[in-house]
Design a binder for this molecule. Structure first.
Ligand SMILES: Nc1ncnc2c1ncn2[C@@H]1O[C@H](COP(=O)(O)OP(=O)(O)OP(=O)(O)O)[C@@H](O)[C@H]1O
Ligand SMILES: [Mg+2]
Length: 369
């Protein structure tokens, strides 16, 4: 890594996005984004369609000029550099391979264009083929490869010039689910081997969780929350993030108790008791997020108590590794519960059965907005 020059502060950030904004007429596609990414980090931009993911990525690549803000890479301000002068590569989907060129020539393409010596090219391409485990396929054309193999050629081609930063826009969108899951792991392992810093865009939360060190959840051109996958899943700060990442039950209620070591939120018939205080105003509105896998389910009704509710089984989906139940509680409110199918012979809960749901005081997440 290039050391930051004396004119830039010493910082561990490798990529710095400083107040970057993009307007298209009246649309603010990217709104004053601040972000620092460390060298070697895999970072995912996650959000639904139109939230500004690709626009932000394209500004990093130089295909789009920011309306405001600066981008620095390895201590150098690259905001005004044209794409071809940036030490950055952007990988598109596999159809961006040249169909008439062999795998070898696809990987060598950019190196030849840069006028690299023939021996050096041969060495680099051989190395890249080994990296993506396609050495025996060097002479094939893209159409003679599977989707996952094509994807790896595209990756090898993107890495051949040893970019400092790799940008991936929906890299696996063309692959089916099973292949996609396998390729996610392969891709991460290759990126780690090379140690390249990577920013990827996806609208698939599982993909972001599997691949990234940190995730930014985007909405309307802004970051709603930024953190490691586990942080975002276990500590969502907004209803939107809680709902966007995984499945969640969201309850609305009012704060009725708030002590240093616990608080209570009443949501209709259910009293949530949470194992920490929140320094909130008694009587004010809060939401509670409760993940389906953190709820226990048992047959029959129980005497009323905090962190517990009674209902009837209204839906049941067998998913193989787990079963998802929809339990209808008071007021027709549906609560989703998942039960791991660790025991092959366990009896599932019947539709219509009366059940009690309960959870520990570490399970609910209190959300202020
Ligand atoms: N060249 C452009 N001209 C005008 N508006 C644009 C342009 N490019 C993007 N936009 C708008 O900017 C917003 C963000 O678009 P962007 O392509 O960044 O979304 P995205 O998060 O990548 O979505 P998707 O998941 O659908 O790819 C959208 O409202 C889009 O219509
Ligand atoms: Mg996009």
């Amino acid at each position: 890594m290039a050391q930051p020059s004396s004119t830039t502060p010493a910082t561990s950030a490798f990529l710095t996005i400083d107040g970057v904004t993009k307007r298209f007429g009246d649309v603010v596609a990217v709104d004053t984004i601040e972000l620092e990414i460390a060298q070697g980090e895999i970072f995912a931009l996650l959000g639904s369609s139109g939230c500004g993911k690709s626009t932000l990525l394209r500004m990093l690549a130089g295909f789009e000029t920011p309306s405001g803000g600066r981008v620095r890479l390895a201590g150098e301000d690259i905001t005004d550099l044209p794409p071809y002068l940036r030490p950055i590569n952007m990988m598109f989907q596999s159809y961006a391979l040249f169909p008439h060129l062999t795998v070898y020539d696809n990987i060598a393409f950019g190196l030849r264009r840069d006028g690299m010596a023939k021996d050096a090219i041969a060495q680099r391409v051989t190395e890249m083929l080994a990296l993506v485990q396609l050495t025996p396929y060097a002479k094939r054309k893209p159409h003679q490869l599977s989707g996952g193999q094509q994807q790896r050629v595209a990756l090898a081609r993107s890495l051949a010039k040893r970019p400092k930063l790799l940008l991936l826009d929906e890299p696996l969108a063309a692959l089916d689910k099973k292949l996609r899951e396998r390729t996610q792991l392969e891709l991460v392992s290759i990126l780690r081997q090379v140690g390249v810093t990577c920013v990827m865009v996806t609208h698939d939360q599982e993909e972001a969780m599997t691949m990234a060190d940190r995730i930014a959840v985007m909405r309307d051109g802004r970051f709603l929350q930024l953190g490691a996958p586990g942080e975002i899943y276990e500590h969502p700060q907004t209803r939107f993030v809680a709902d966007f990442i995984g499945n969640v039950n969201l309850f609305d209620g009012r704060l009725v108790t708030d002590e240093a070591d616990h608080c209570e939120i009443r949501c209709d018939e259910t009293l949530f008791r949470v194992g920490h205080g929140i320094s909130g105003t008694l009587g004010s509105e809060f939401s509670v997020a409760l993940r389906p896998e953190k709820i226990a389910i048992e047959l029959g009704a129980r005497e009323a108590a905090p962190n517990q509710l009674t209902g009837t089984v209204a839906g049941r989906s067998y998913m193989g590794s787990y079963t998802a139940y929809e339990v209808e509680a008071v007021g027709k409110r549906r609560v989703r519960v998942t039960v791991s199918n660790a025991d092959r012979h366990a009896d599932p809960f019947e539709l219509g059965a009366e059940v009690t749901l309960s959870w520990p005081d570490t399970a609910p997440v209190v959300i202020a907005e």
